[in-house]
Design a binder for this molecule. Structure first.
Ligand code: EPU
Length: 338
């Protein structure tokens, strides 16, 4: 196990922010994780996965643990499904590609989401009508306090919209080391009801789509809206889509007849934050090195040498503006480290 000093985290966060870790270690096995916690019980620690859902606004004191556990294996199978296990440090999209190559279905709608497998359950990643929880079987995690491992069932993870127990009461207490998924191996359930997927499939003249076709459609849609973090630093959706009470929504509808919404239940509707931000005039706005993406207003971007605090201040300005115009509180989806 090599502990490096004063390492730039620029290549370890998809915003591409150049902050430094006082010390940095890559963890490549569960044994190394136990060993590390025994050797460094007192030092402050910062757990880093794929770095795709964090805004780093300052240098990180103590030791950054880069979770770099690799490996994918099939645990069991029956006539229609498989249980497949991926270690936490596998790149999410490479895992999706592995499943598509083996014709395992269920995560094709989650193609091209940045980040790693091990951090996907923390915020229950979701896109195009599918959430991680739909295919999640269980995960294994290291208990930082007792230095032992335990398994979490789906029920124990308490998944919600971009939410899980790991972001709530167990925040900072566990490190996920592997995740098991239940995927279909035949009779795949194709989910194309999310409007743009059907459009993309129709454009490609596909009437009876395979899971691979759905994945290609999702990739086409994502590439048309979301910036590639390798080219323009970003962390996907910066905010969650807010839930508003139905009577407030009815009032908004009289002032903004075109306001889009998704029904949630009898009392609440979900409003796309991207629409609110666009309507407030921020879409495509550039403030030097940082700004709001021109094709999807929900995404804040680093064009080059922005600082995390610049992006944080922009996020606060957007939140204040949305509050003033719509009386809606926008909540960050990204983890802000300040
Ligand atoms: N819209 C605008 N202007 C914009 C962006 C969106 O008016 O600049 C409105 C449009 O009415 C559009 C609607 O918002 O029809 C929905 O937009 P989109 O389909 O792009 O989805 P979203 O609700 O903005 C959510 C997820 C994305 C996920 C997509 C597709 C959240 C916070 N975001 O975005 O997730 O890819 O749906 O399912 O729920 C992520 O979490 O990082 C992420 C990218």
């Amino acid at each position: 196990m090599t502990i490096q000093q004063n390492i730039s985290l620029k290549d370890f966060n998809t915003f591409g922010l150049d902050v430094k870790a006082e010390r940095f270690v890559s963890i490549r096995s569960e044994e190394a994780l136990i060993d590390f916690y025994k050797r460094f019980p007192e030092e402050p620690k910062f757990i880093l996965g794929g770095g795709s859902n964090i805004l780093l606004t300052k240098d990180i004191p103590g030791i950054v643990l880069h979770i770099d556990l690799k490996g994918i294996s099939i645990v069991s199978s029956d006539s229609h499904s498989v249980i497949i296990e991926s270690m936490a440090g596998e790149n999410w999209h490479e895992f999706v590609e592995y499943c598509l190559e083996n014709d395992f279905g269920g995560i094709e709608n989650l193609s091209l989401i940045p980040g790693n497998v091990g951090t996907a359950p923390i915020q229950n990643i979701g896109a195009y009508g599918v959430e991680l929880k739909d295919v999640f079987e269980s995960c294994r995690a290291f208990d930082i306090e007792t230095k032992s491992f335990r398994t979490f069932t789906k029920a124990e993870c308490n998944f919600g919209y971009r939410q899980s127990v790991f972001k709530q009461e167990l925040k900072g207490k566990y490190i996920i080391t592997s995740v098991r998924f239940r995927l279909s191996s035949s009779k795949h359930q194709i989910k194309t009801s999310y409007g743009a997927i059907n459009e993309a499939l129709a454009k490609a003249n596909i009437t009876n789509p395979t899971i691979q076709d759905v994945s290609r459609a999702v990739i086409t849609i994502r590439e048309s809206k979301l910036p590639n973090p390798k080219k323009i630093g970003n962390s996907g959706s910066f905010f969650k889509n807010p839930l508003v009470p139905r009577d407030q929504f009815d009032q908004l509808k009289t002032n903004f007849p075109n306001i889009p919404s998704y029904p949630v239940n009898d009392n609440f509707v979900k409003i796309p934050a991207g629409w609110l931000i666009e309507k407030s005039g921020f879409k495509g706005k550039r403030f030097g090195a940082y700004g709001v993406h021109d094709k999807q207003a929900l995404v804040l971007v680093n064009h080059g040498n922005a600082k995390g605090t610049d992006i944080l201040n922009l996020a606060k300005l957007i939140q204040m503006t949305i509050k003033r115009i719509f009386d809606i509180n926008l909540e960050a989806e990204v983890n802000i480290i300040d």
